[in-house]
Design a protein around this ligand. Structure first.
Ligand SMILES: [Zn+2]
Length: 596
């Protein structure tokens, strides 16, 4: 729970806000029993799996797994931060927010940011007017050659910086903008003689807006031959390289609706995409994707399609971007543009349908990397084939679904004309070599794992109904009982609250207190899953017993492993201690069995 808004105020907001009313403003909801259902706004579906509970003031989608309370809904739906979502609710329900206590320095900073945004806004208008006016002929010519329509130019506020030393500088001085402000924003530089020189000259201008439509900076492309071809704003209080995505302010609605984003490289690619109706396209602005950009995107979707240039630099940037996307659990597809064209060229020559076909045929991350490996080695020799398989194994091992993995083995075998069983052997050896990847652990939940999941959710639900029950859970093993990361995280939060003196908590409180998305999604899921009226005492007791038995089994297994290691090392006295502990643990487990 971050920001300057206190817990009390958030509680107050959540009490006053009606989640059905708020969500009903975005989603058509139908009453069904105690709850409301509708089509999920976070993924595309034809039958409703999105459930809103007015009693608990929470929502959960049983299709895509997203869940939360009224604040997280606004954050996700509108792409707002916590503070902004709270402010929006407060305004709507007429709740006074405490006046923010800013230090003098913070106040100066806020005023400066506001002023600089205004200056950038003026600069954008100057460039737009220049493009439309007498001085704008070269710019208009350029956009005509690139086949951009007037509508695209208007929607993206494109402009032109005439090839003069002081075109913008003079226009901004007329608005009483100080030289220092222009320099700070990177709109002008100081000349050797002490005057001011426009930074962008003889270039078409692409204003860069953030997702709240503030102008943060500009990109300029030279019209005639000259270097550099592209010039971007320098770092400034408003512009940070690698933090925004070009076009996001226009694409965000479509990204959310389609639950997918197409990430391209350059301005012209993104502009062409939008002009041809690919409304969920953004551009990363030349660099490889940064973690900050990906975090920004994941406010809107986790499904990403990379569509970079086919050249070496584009491929390298794509590969680096994939690593960042993978780290943040995004689903990645790669759109390949045939015959070495860039996406802008391809769209103009082949049109939207051809491009859409490339999107539909996007290869998975695995297929893409396999393709690259194939290009790296000679697939006509046996040594080359083996090298390709070896290089691809780590990626193959990362594929979580066994069905998909089997499919890829077949694909590799066919592509390389190599016996399938031999590839499977290689894969098995790879796993056996201890290079287990993290993803490999959770291949498929076994029957026992599913039962454990159920037991964990029953115990967490029990704790929310009756917090003092926590003492029993602590005695049975506490945190160690919970294997599911979300269940464990929630238990830690509950324990901390209990130790801080809380003795009761509503389900809505708990949802609001879970800062981590996975915990919130899991929690809303178990709270709205089967409506278990009062969940019988016995079910709860049995579940706790199940968890305790499983914890003991894990402990016994760990001790056996330690024992084996100690015996191997010849450390007899330590081995004896472990053996003693093991036998008392075994006895405790026997007793537990009698009680079930
Ligand atoms: Zn959903």
């Amino acid at each position: 729970m971050s920001g300057r808004i206190t817990r009390d105020l958030v509680d107050n907001l959540r009490r006053q806000a009606d989640i059905v009313e708020i969500i009903g403003g975005y989603v058509a909801l139908r009453k069904q029993g105690q709850n409301y259902t509708g089509l999920c706004p976070f993924h595309q579906e034809k039958t409703p799996s999105f459930v809103v509970s007015p009693a608990k003031q929470i929502y959960h989608c049983f299709g895509c797994g997203k869940g939360g309370d009224v604040l997280t809904f606004l954050m996700e739906q509108e792409g707002l931060g916590f503070q902004e979502a709270a402010e929006k609710l407060a305004t709507r329900y007429g709740i006074a927010l405490p006046s923010r206590e800013l230090t003098a320095a913070q106040q100066r900073q806020e005023a400066q940011t506001k002023r600089l945004r205004q200056v950038n806004q003026w600069a954008m208008a100057v460039y737009q007017e220049a493009l439309a006016g007498a001085a704008g002929t070269p710019g208009r010519e350029y956009f005509r050659r690139r086949e951009l329509t007037a509508d695209t130019i208007r929607r993206f506020c494109l402009g032109y910086a005439p090839d003069r030393w002081d075109y913008l500088t003079l226009a901004l001085r007329a608005k009483e903008v100080a030289d220092e402000e222009m320099i700070l924003l990177g709109l002008a530089t100081r000349s050797q003689r002490g005057g001011l020189i426009d930074r962008f000259r003889g270039r078409v201008i692409f204003p860069i807006l953030d997702d709240r439509e503030n102008v943060t900076g500009f990109g300029g492309r030279i019209i005639d031959e000259g270097q550099p071809k592209y010039l971007n704003s320098q770092e400034s209080p408003l512009f940070h390289k690698g933090s925004g995505l070009y076009g996001l302010h226009i694409a965000k609605g479509a990204i959310r609706q389609l639950d997918q984003v197409v990430i391209m490289e350059g301005y012209m690619d993104a502009l062409a995409a939008h002009q041809y109706g690919i409304a969920n396209a953004v551009a990363s602005l030349g660099t490889a994707l940064t973690a900050e950009q990906v975090r920004l995107l994941t406010r809107y979707t986790f499904r990403t399609l990379l569509c970079f240039d086919a050249d070496g630099a584009g491929q390298a940037a794509a590969l680096r971007g994939m690593e960042v996307l993978e780290q943040q659990d995004c689903r990645i597809g790669v759109v390949r543009i045939p015959s070495g064209k860039d996406p802008d060229e391809f769209l103009r020559q082949q049109g939207r349908e051809a491009f859409q076909r490339q999107i539909d045929q996007a290869s998975s991350l695995f297929e893409y990397k396999f393709q690259l490996n194939k290009e790296k080695f000679d697939q006509d020799t046996m040594a080359g084939k083996v090298a390709i398989i070896q290089a691809t194994l780590p990626d193959l091992a990362k594929v979580r679904s066994p069905v998909a993995r089997q499919g890829y083995v077949t694909l590799m075998a066919e592509a390389l004309r190599f016996p399938e069983p031999a590839i499977r052997d290689e894969l098995r050896r790879y796993f056996g070599g201890g290079k287990r990847s993290a993803g490999q652990e959770s291949v498929r939940p076994t029957q026992a794992e599913t039962a454990a999941d159920a037991a964990q959710s029953i115990v967490i639900r029990g704790l929310l109904r009756d917090m003092p029950y926590l003492e029993k859970v602590e005695a049975a093993g506490g945190e160690g009982l919970f294997v599911h990361p979300a269940a464990r995280g929630l238990y830690q939060t509950l324990l901390a609250l209990w130790q801080a003196g809380y003795t009761s908590l509503t389900e809505g409180d708990m949802v609001a207190l879970s800062d981590r998305r996975e915990e919130r999604d899991w929690l809303t899921g178990i709270l709205l899953a089967a409506e278990v009226p009062g969940e019988a005492e016995k079910v709860l007791r049995d579940s706790l017993l199940t968890l305790r038995r499983q914890l003991m089994e894990r402990q016994i297994k760990g001790m056996m492993e330690r024992l084996a290691a100690l015996e191997k090392a010849g450390d007899i006295s330590a081995a004896r201690e472990v053996m003693a502990a093991l036998s008392s643990l075994n006895m405790a487990k026997q007793k537990l069995r009698l009680r079930v």
